[in-house]
Design a protein around this ligand. Sequence first.
Ligand SMILES: [Zn+2]
Length: 685
Amino acid sequence: MMKTLQTKWISLLLALCGTSAAIAGAEDNIRAVRRVAADSRGALYTSNRDPLLPSPLMKLPIGSITPRGWLRNMLELESQGMTGRLAELSPWLKFESNAWANKEGKGQRGWEELPYWLKGYGDLGYVLNDEAIIREARKWIEAVLAGQADDGWFGPRDLQKSLEGKPDMWPHMVMLNVLQSHYEHSGDPRVLPFMTRYFKWQLGRPGSDFASGYWPKLRAGDNIESVYWLYNRTGDAWLLDLAKKIHANMADWTSGVGDWHNVNIAQAFREPAVYYMQAKEPKYLDAAERNYQTVMGLYGQFPGGGFAGDENCRPGYGDPRQGFETCGIIEFMHSFEMLAKISGEPLWADRCEEIALNTLPAALTPDLKALHYLTGPNMIQLDRQNKNPGLANGGTLLSYSPYEVYRCCQHNVSHGWPYYAEELWLATADDGLCASLYAASEVKAKVADGTVASIVEETDYPFSDTVRLKLALPKAVRFPLYLRVPRWSGPPEVKINGKAAEVKAEPLSYLVVEREWSDGDTLSLRLPMQVAVRVWKKNKDAVSVDYGPLTFSLKIGERWQRYGGSDAWPELEVFPTTPWNYGLVLNDKDPAKSFEVSRRAGPLAGQPFTPDTAPLLLRVKAKRIPAWRQDALGLVGPLQPSPAKSDEPVETVTLIPLGAARLRIAAFPTIGDGPAAHPWVEPKK
Ligand SMILES: [Zn+2]
């Protein structure tokens, strides 16, 4: 009795001190923390090495997590679709003539394309344990490893002087990621010395080399991450000098947004937070959040998790009809995954889910055999015609194609889902595990004293609010299990072995269940989802509708039409077959009450991101706005102020998850009939 009391007191004291140290004894300790602390350096997995700041959360070795459910199906579609078979389509992947595959770095097409593709293709093989993919990726990796020059440079030799005599180090940043994954998967002993030789070469370059070119100087934060990755494995102190040198010379993202190109932002806004691990001054960590807020405040004023950056962000072009490049989507995801680990903050995982679940699926056709350049929240027709100046670039941007018309995205889209699958579970600094992104999966990982725990996660999340975990352990062992409580969640409910546990956790926290876990234990977590309406004041008071992590779009009938390509690899346009120009008629007092949620009967479809298979539907009253029309370019007319007047009859319309809607209206006008309602002005011809 006495001991229990004491344990409780110690637990309380530790909780007050904000520490997450393990409590001795058999008591369950269930608590909530705002962020994962890094009071210690996790002993079980590669963590930041001194003097870098300790890592609160660490990536598990590739292969520890086996995705299941819809995510696995998405990865299998990817393996049978464009990424898995890209060598059939892309001249950039011709092994015999490619400079990346040549021992002397001679040949053609030696830039970002091959590394972009290989970065996700290899990981796709690793997460699916697909031998054929792993073998094919290995062929390229072997060639790269065999092609290092005496000075440490590798790959295409032309790049060594391609920027007015200075080296273009950007494609190498991507190839380093390929090698890191290969090492994490295989433990290949050649990788660390290979990277060491390349970084030694980099260290010998003048600082001005890191300020050269456009892409490399803006994206060199990626280079710094690879330097830290190697440092954590070898401990060579000079690597930190190199990181410092790169940071000091590359574009500045610490004092503000360093550039307005969408992909540059999506991957480089995080750079100060990466450097924070070495610099340790909070201003660096804060700068990543501030960059995000600056960009989203100006250009991300609509749902879906992306921003209006249909090449570069352009003042005056922030309407939800603007697009966000597919490369931007997946680089944003990767940034969020990285920041979740660096900061220990659940918000970054929320942001990752937001864009992954609402925007990435619609960037590709449902069979993952083609993609388009731009995805935005309001897109009512995906044809191949020029949309400039409505969109920044000329030419085809919205129709789906597997070919090199969208060359960067065509190759770079590869790592979106594989990286996501690798980040579902993370190791914690206190030798536990964290469910960071929720999806059906199985994780096998070391906990506590190194005991290997296996956890099967069963869930239809994000289409269901309940996650069931089943543990398998060789012996009873005490460790903390961190469960993310997203920002939209109602009070979470937990059952351990079928028995309700007392839990209290605010949205945007981690629920920590620390106890002695035994073989066969189960935990069920319910994160109550509710309808929520967001108002976009900077976009004419338009509204968007969420249910849990999912945002919803008007369901628009789709007519798919082939305009090019082959039978096996068609290029496709999508045209609407049903009206889309609706404003929502909402309950004034409680807008969320305007919606009726229904669930499609039966098991979850393998590909749930299509209008016909969408597992959740919302119904809501709406009126058409006849003057809201397609413009001469075929884009949806820009939003006008809400509430809008409409004399049309009230109808009931269906909304589907935004990720399932390739034709989409997700930023809606509202309908009003009072004096504040605005007539929708006929656009000028
Ligand atoms: Zn791209």
